[in-house]
Ligand binder design. Structure first.
Ligand SMILES: [Zn+2]
Length: 260
């Protein structure tokens, strides 16, 4: 009986998928949400976030972010439904958060804590290029689509197992939960990180920033981290792995870099 349920889930996960191909990714991407809806929802979330965050007015940091966005954006292929004027960023006041994020409608958020690690405009281009790449590759939409599939799978499973004993159902849901989070969602999010690193390096190189700064930048990031989450359960690649990957991506990025 388990096998038939598991078969049902695998069928759900791997065949009822409509894929669209993503430029510059060389793979099909799972996009179940129409792009307009995604943009609209992302804009709403961005507005909410702006209202509830303390926005920084640090002129130096803001000018630096603006310069990097302006230099990178001509090289960043904007997804359908958006124009290059849609790039917008905010600087959020939080010195403890060494982070940045991007939303599908070309909105970028940077936390002031990031400037503990960012020593130059090129360092900032590492982060912003990476965040812009998440937008180009439509990683947000793909992530939401994967969550939708995982949720759809659990609803089907709950119907399919109605007649089973409580213990059997619990066991099946545990297998399903582990399978969908560790088996599908986490490897995908790591794939997204690697793709964003690769494209980000290319964009920064095209804009005239030396992509090689990414390696010492991520090394500093590694030192700053006060604790480490095992990579197995973490959605971000451990920095050591990331540095190894960055080294292997560097040759491709250097093709686009003209040293002055
Ligand atoms: Zn990322």
């Amino acid at each position: 009986m388990y096998y038939s349920h598991i078969f049902l889930i695998s069928f759900m996960m791997f065949t009822v998928i409509s894929c669209t191909s993503v430029d510059s990714l060389e793979r099909n991407s799972l996009q179940l949400i129409p792009q307009e809806q995604l943009i609209e929802r992302s804009n709403q979330e961005f507005d909410k976030l702006k209202n509830k965050s303390t926005l920084s007015e640090n002129k130096k940091y803001l000018a630096q972010i603006e310069r990097v966005v302006d230099r990178l954006s001509p090289y960043v292929p904007i997804p359908d439904g958006l124009s290059s004027n849609d790039w917008e960023f905010i600087l959020i006041e939080d010195d403890d958060l060494i982070n940045a994020f991007a939303m599908p409608s070309a909105k970028i958020g940077v936390y002031t804590g990031l400037f503990k690690i960012v020593k130059s405009e090129s360092d900032l281009a590492v982060v912003i290029g990476h965040e812009m790449a998440h937008v180009v590759a439509k990683h947000g939409g793909e992530r939401m689509s994967q969550n939708m599939l995982a949720l759809g799978g659990s609803i089907i499973l709950s119907h399919a197992t109605r007649g089973d004993s409580q213990k059997d159902r619990e066991r099946l849901f545990m297998i399903y939960g582990l399978g969908s989070s560790l088996g599908v969602l986490l490897p995908y999010s790591r794939l997204h990180e690697t793709e964003a690193d690769r494209l980000g390096l290319i964009y920064m190189a095209q804009a005239g920033y030396d992509p090689r700064v990414a390696i010492p930048f991520w090394e500093r990031m590694e030192k700053e981290k006060s604790f480490k989450i095992p990579e197995f359960i973490s959605t971000h690649p451990s920095s050591e792995n990331r540095i190894m990957e960055l080294r292997s991506l560097m040759d491709e990025a250097m093709v686009y870099y003209n040293e002055e």
